[in-house]
Design a protein around this ligand. Structure first.
Ligand SMILES: Cc1ncc(COP(=O)(O)O)c(C=O)c1O
Length: 517
């Protein structure tokens, strides 16, 4: 107990109410004043650990003290993904209604493993999954299940694909069965979760074949077909193709319909990784990305990336959902009484038994924004991405490294090395430019004023901005662009780069909160 270590029960209700009010103020202050924080700390590893006791407390501590340590130790040591100047990865999906959804979930704290263990959790999960299915235009032969992440989703999808080409793999495993090597195909731009799944499923990461992409970072379907044919000639067994809708680096979209036709003909499982791009299928101008989804066997969408649900929330849809159940259903004796045949028991659709209630936060945020509100916000991300791309195009010190896609813009500083004509640097100069682009990102991130990421495209280092945060306005983006151009100028030539100063989040706790305390 926090207050009275002699008590065996919970916090007295009056005290709990007071703490909740304090927490509500803390959350509202955090959200309102988040811009006063550095986006990221610039401390050496271990600094936070050093400020925390090595052993857990013997006696309970008051909530006020715990909250004060959150203010003084935890918050300053964070990268603030919800900060409007956080422009890394895919931006972020924190919203006020999303926070309310998370808070509402906490006191309920149910286990959604079977229908009987919490009927409302199970039925709500089925309903919100179907809302999303309709919104993104996925045919109704698809049913889904909520997992934490897309990496877990793809592993489950490929487990079903494995069962199709190696029947009874669930029962007998893969060894001592004279099975051919199983192969998974995906593009050189696809996410590494395909390899992770291959590792977990005993397929082996080297059996994930990376097919070259074209000049727009889309898988080359001819090369894919050739590789599959060659593998078959060599006695290997194609197991699945993973197409991506919204690749991690550039948000490029594979030609899913062509891939789907190839997979149908060759009888190969088609999994679509729409972890990032899936949500954009709700936007009418982006409906083209849905082409070919009807040919898929499974598809993963991460509403925690683009449909405003707080981390973690990923949906795996499978055509003929029963196939997933057949691979994973295993009812231990002690749960027999808790399973009802006529209803879904979500524990049957994955390796997890205990399952937190994730559907509620999605229900809260999706009801709060509505389909139109979600689309309007995604459109704004697209608008901002195109605006930034326009600024980059107009500045001949920079070049766009890929067409902006959804909320993602990749670009490169090309005027960084003396005497190098932009666009035609010598090979050695290209390496220096790589370093320079990397340095610019590093210097911005360590400055605490903004946060972006870098990636490699066609062997070259580029800067990358991902928009997604509802707090990021055009003004923030302009500020970010000014910071990038100024940092790039300061970084040239490299010998004159001043070392960034180390700073901490001295603007936190916010003055309002300090005053109240
Ligand atoms: C295209 C794509 N697929 C899959 C993933 C993995 O997502 P998760 O973190 O939900 O496992 C990512 C992560 O950014 C991604 O960009």
């Amino acid at each position: 107990m926090m207050k009275d270590s002699q008590s065996f029960g919970d916090t007295p209700s009056e005290e709990f109410r007071k703490q909740l009010h304090e927490l509500a103020d803390w959350i509202a202050d955090f959200r309102e004043h988040i811009e006063r924080l550095r986006v990221a700390p610039n401390d050496n590893p271990g600094v936070i650990r050093e400020r925390l006791p090595r052993r857990g407390p013997e006696e309970g501590e008051p909530f006020e003290k715990i909250l004060s340590d959150v203010d003084n130790i935890i918050v300053p040591g964070m990268v603030h993904w919800s900060h409007p100047m956080f422009l890394g990865y895919f931006g972020w999906t924190t919203t006020a209604p999303g926070i309310l959804g998370e808070i509402l979930t906490a006191p309920l704290n149910v286990n959604a493993m079977t229908w009987r263990t919490c009927p409302a959790a199970t039925e709500l999960e089925t309903v919100v999954i179907d809302w999303l299915r309709q919104w993104v235009g996925l045919p109704d032969e698809f049913e889904g299940v909520i997992y934490d992440t897309a990496s877990v989703g793809i592993m489950h999808a490929l487990a079903v694909a494995r069962e199709e080409v190696a029947p009874a793999a669930r029962k007998l495993g893969l060894t001592d069965r004279n099975l051919p090597r199983l192969r998974i195909y995906t593009s050189d731009q696809a996410h590494s979760s395909a390899e992770k799944a291959a590792i977990a499923l005993g397929v082996g990461e080297e059996n994930v074949v990376r097919i070259a992409s074209d000049d727009q970072f889309r898988i080359d379907v001819n090369s894919l077909g050739q590789q599959i044919a060659e593998d078959r000639r060599n006695g290997l067994q194609p197991m699945a193709v993973v197409a991506t809708v919204g690749t991690t680096s550039t948000a490029s979209v594979d030609p899913v319909r062509d891939i789907g036709n190839l997979c149908r003909e060759a009888k190969i499982w088609l999994h679509i990784d729409a972890a990032y791009g899936g949500g954009f299928a709700m936007v009418p101008e982006y409906e083209w990305i849905r082409k070919g989804w009807e040919l898929a066997d499974s598809i993963v969408i991460n509403p925690h990336k683009t449909v405003f649900v707080p981390l973690d929330f990923s949906v795996l849809y499978v055509r003929n959902f029963e196939r997933l159940r057949r691979v994973f259903s295993l009812v231990p004796e002690y749960l027999r009484g808790d399973t009802v045949d006529a209803e879904k028991n979500y524990m049957d659709y994955g390796i997890q038994l205990g399952r937190r209630l994730r559907a509620l936060k999605a229900w809260v945020i999706w009801r709060s924004l509505g389909r139109a509100g979600i689309v309007a916000r995604l459109r704004e991300q697209i608008r901002l991405a195109n605006l930034l791309a326009g600024w980059i195009k107009k500045d001949d010190r920079f070049e766009l490294s890929a067409q902006p896609g959804m909320g993602v813009v990749c670009f490169r500083f090309v005027a960084g090395i003396d005497d190098a004509a932009p666009g035609s640097p010598t090979p050695a100069t290209k390496d220096q430019l790589d370093q320079l682009n990397s340095d610019i990102v590093e210097r911005i991130n360590t400055s605490g004023r903004a946060y972006l990421t870098q990636t490699r495209l066609r062997g070259r280092t580029v800067m990358r901005i991902g928009l997604g945060n509802v707090l990021t306005t055009e003004e923030h983006l302009r500020k970010g662009w000014n910071l990038i151009t100024a940092t790039a100028d300061a970084a040239r030539p490299k010998s004159q780069i001043p070392k960034p100063r180390r700073q901490t989040n001295s603007n936190w706790p916010s003055p309002r909160r300090s005053e109240r305390d």
